[in-house]
Design a protein around this ligand. Sequence first.
Ligand SMILES: Nc1ncnc2c1ncn2[C@@H]1O[C@H](COP(=O)(O)OP(=O)(O)OP(=O)(O)O)[C@@H](O)[C@H]1O
Length: 455
Amino acid sequence: MNNQEEKKYQEIWDAVLGQMKESGLYDDVIYTTYIQPSKLFRISGDVALISVPNNISSSIISGNLEQWSRCFAQATGSDHTLQIILNKDVEKLMPSTVLKKQTDSLFEDRFNKLYTFDNFVVGKSNREAYAAAIACCNYPGQFNNPLMIYGNSGLGKTHLLHAIGNYLKENQPEARVIYIYSEDIVTLLIEAMKSKNVPGNSVEDIKARFMECDFLLIDDIQRMKQSASQEIFFNLYNKLIAENKQIIITSDIHPSELKGIENRLISRFLSGLKVRVGSPEFETAKAILKKKIEGRNETIMIEDEVLDFIATKFSSDVRKLEGSLNELFFKAILENPGIIDLKFAQSVFSDEPIPVVEDDLSIGKIKSCVCEYYGLTKNQIESKSRTKQISNARHIAVYICRKHLQVPFVKIGLSFGNRDHSTIMSSYEKAKKMIKQDPLFKTAVEQIETKLGIR
Ligand SMILES: Nc1ncnc2c1ncn2[C@@H]1O[C@H](COP(=O)(O)OP(=O)(O)OP(=O)(O)O)[C@@H](O)[C@H]1O
C-alpha cells in the first residue's frame, strides 16, 4: 500500500469512527479502549477489512455491524461488506517481505554502471550477442523475441544485460525495464500464489505489474526449476510476447539443454534468436585486460608480454582474467617488483594448471601434421629431447604456428610442454635461419604447409 492509499484509508476510518462516537452507542471507556484502536486495513472490491486489537473489540463492533456499514457507506459513498479481522491475523494477509520488497523494486535501476556497451570488448566470440543486444534495444519486440544469450560462466552475459539497461536508461528513458534473476521470478510467483486473497498481491496483480514493462531481462534462466510456478510464468511469457514486450534471457547452457523447465516453455525460447558467447580469442582477451586495467588507477607498470601470458592462460573465463589481474596487482603491492614483468607473473601463477588453450585445435593440427611427417608421437615433439629429428620437427612446428596463427610465443610455449617463451622464440629464429641455409629443411616446411592447406 502506498502512502496516498494509507492516508485515504485513515481519513475514511476517522470519519466512520467520528460518526459512531457521535451516535452515543458506546460508553466512552468502551469506545477508547476497544473501538478507537481499530483500523481500516484495506478495501478490496466491495469488501472492507477492519483490523482490531482483540476478540472483545471484534465482538463489540460485530454486534452493531449494520450501523457500522451504514456509516462506512456514508464515508465512502458506496456500499461495502465489512469484515473484522484481528491484528495478529493481518500479518498473514500481508505480502511476505520477499514479495513486497521484490514487487516494489521490480522497475528499480539495478544496473551496474560499469557494465556498458562501451566497456564491452567485442571480438569474434561475442560479436553476435553484442549486435543482437543493441538491435533489441532499438527494435524492441520486432525481430529477436525472445533473445537468448547463452554461453559458459564468466563470458559477459550479465554484462550485456546490464549494458542494455544502462543504454535504455540513457537513450530511451521512458522505457520500462525489469531486470530479474530467474529464481526471483519463481519466488515472486510462489509468494503470489500463497497470497492469492491479498488484494494487490495476487498472481494476477503480479502478472499485471510485469505486463507494465517494455523490456524483461531475465538472468540465468537455467536456475528456474520450480514447476509449480511455471504454468503462471508460461502464461505471463506468452502475454508479454503477444504484446511485443522485448524479452532477453541469459543461460549458461543452450536453451534446448535446459533441465527442469517445461518443454513448451523451452520450445518458446527456441523460437527466438539464440546467440552464443564463447571464450574470447587471444586478441579479445588481451583487449579486455587492457580495458580492465584502464578502469583501475594503478601506478605500477605492467609489461605487454604479461598481458599475452595472462590472456593465453586464462582466456576461457573473463572472470578469471579479471581475477588474475587482481591477484597480480595485489602481489605486486606486497612484493614491490618495480614493474610487473613476465618473470614476476610466472612466479605468481606457478601453481596454476596449464590450461587447455582454445585455439589448441589449430596448434594441435600443426603439431599432428609435423609428427606425421617425421613419424613422431606428440609426446616426443613436446619432450625435451634434442635429437636432430625431434628438434627439427619442433622448430618447424613452432615456426608454422607463429607464422600462420600469429599467436604469441607464450601461447605456443604452453602447447609445447609448457616451454618458456624465450625457448620458443629461439626455436622460431632457428627455423627461419635453417629455411635460408638448409634446402632439405625448407622443403620439409613447404611440404608440411601444403599438407595443412596453408601454402
Ligand atoms: N567482452 C567483455 N568485455 C569486457 N568485460 C567483459 C567481457 N566479457 C566479460 N567481461 C567481464 O567479465 C566479468 C564476468 O562477466 P559476466 O558476469 O557478465 O559473466 P556471465 O557470462 O554472466 O557469467 P555467469 O553465467 O556466471 O553469470 C564481468 O566483470 C564482465 O564485465
